[in-house]
Ligand binder design. Structure first.
Ligand SMILES: Cc1cc2nc3c(=O)[nH]c(=O)nc-3n(C[C@H](O)[C@H](O)[C@H](O)COP(=O)(O)OP(=O)(O)OC[C@H]3O[C@@H](n4cnc5c(N)ncnc54)[C@H](O)[C@@H]3O)c2cc1C
Length: 262
């Protein structure tokens, strides 16, 4: 069984800010991490590997420094890493990104299960996983909190409003994973990281995967981002105390003052 986990390097969201003048993210000096949803998806893939002997390949698209998340994944137990890195990919929106990742999956060739995070904590769109499934023409199940697989099927717990569904699907399938609220990511030991240095990583360009250059970068991206801005800070609330009648009177007085009622 062959599992491909799509992993993205993201800025640590607790430290990133938006430049109010340019509307762009201030990434300078902000440490990068493995997207937490992808970390969880990778751990699930490694659990399936431990049970079935599956091969786990991690796939990422990003600049050269994204190799760091591949190395982390290999130290955690993945078998091979592939980085898509090329100027041709720059400026890709989720449509072009999912095309590039799906084209790389086709080049990897053998895949039964593709795991993605539910979303990346910087882009936050949750579109890339479904986009990859579309480009590959395979079924998808999104927003899953747990997964089990044998050589021919997966069984997942998919969260829905007010509950969950247990779903079975034949392979090949793409599943996006969300994390339980109490999830704590595992990190490799120094020895595991050292041993993983011999594992193979490949860096592929757009030409290496045979991607159509018109479907990549800004040219291949139908989305246009007009503006990114932090939401305006909320005004401090005012607290009132008194009896129910006093509070109701106060409420009516404020509504009149704000011309909500006459
Ligand atoms: C118009 C436009 C222009 C953009 N230009 C740039 C740009 O110039 N430079 C830039 O860095 N970004 C750019 N982006 C952002 C880029 O599109 C997103 O980073 C990317 O498409 C992933 O989307 P997301 O972050 O919303 O991921 P989501 O869809 O929320 O991610 C879901 C899952 O998909 C997988 N995934 C997502 N991205 C990757 C990846 N790169 N590699 C492997 N797996 C992945 C992961 O498993 C992840 O958990 C641009 C976006 C838009 C809309």
């Amino acid at each position: 069984m062959n599992i491909i986990v799509c992993i993205k390097q993201v800025p640590d969201s607790t430290q990133v800010k938006v430049d109010p003048k340019t509307g762009t993210l201030i990434r300078a000096g902000v440490p990068s991490i493995l997207n937490p949803y992808d970390h969880f998806a990778l751990e699930k893939a490694l659990e399936i590997k431990a049970k079935t002997g599956a091969k786990v390949t991690v796939l990422s698209m990003g600049p050269a420094q994204a190799t760091a998340v591949l190395r982390l994944a290999l130290a955690l137990g993945a078998d091979e890493g592939v980085l898509l890195s090329d100027r041709a990919f720059a400026g890709s929106d989720t449509w072009a990104t999912s095309y590039a990742l799906a084209t790389a999956v086709k080049k990897i060739g053998q895949y039964d299960l593709i795991l993605c995070g539910q979303m990346a904590i910087d882009g936050d769109t949750a579109q890339t996983g479904p986009g990859i499934a579309f480009h590959l023409g395979i079924p998808q199940i999104t927003f899953c909190e747990s997964i089990d697989a044998n050589g021919s099927q997966v069984v997942v717990k998919k969260l829905i409003e007010g509950g969950h569904q247990i779903l079975e699907a034949d392979l090949p399938v793409l599943v996006t994973m969300t994390m339980p609220h109490d999830y704590v990511a595992k990190y490799p030991s120094f020895m595991a990281a050292h041993k993983a240095q011999d594992k193979a990583t490949y860096t592929w360009t757009a030409a290496d995967i045979g991607a159509d250059p018109h479907k990549l970068g800004l040219e291949g991206s139908p989305t246009r981002v007009d503006r990114i801005f932090p939401p305006p800070a909320r005004q401090k609330g005012e607290m009132f105390s008194g009896s129910a009648v006093e509070l109701a009177d106060k409420f009516v007085e404020i509504l009149k003052k704000e011309s909500v009622i006459k």
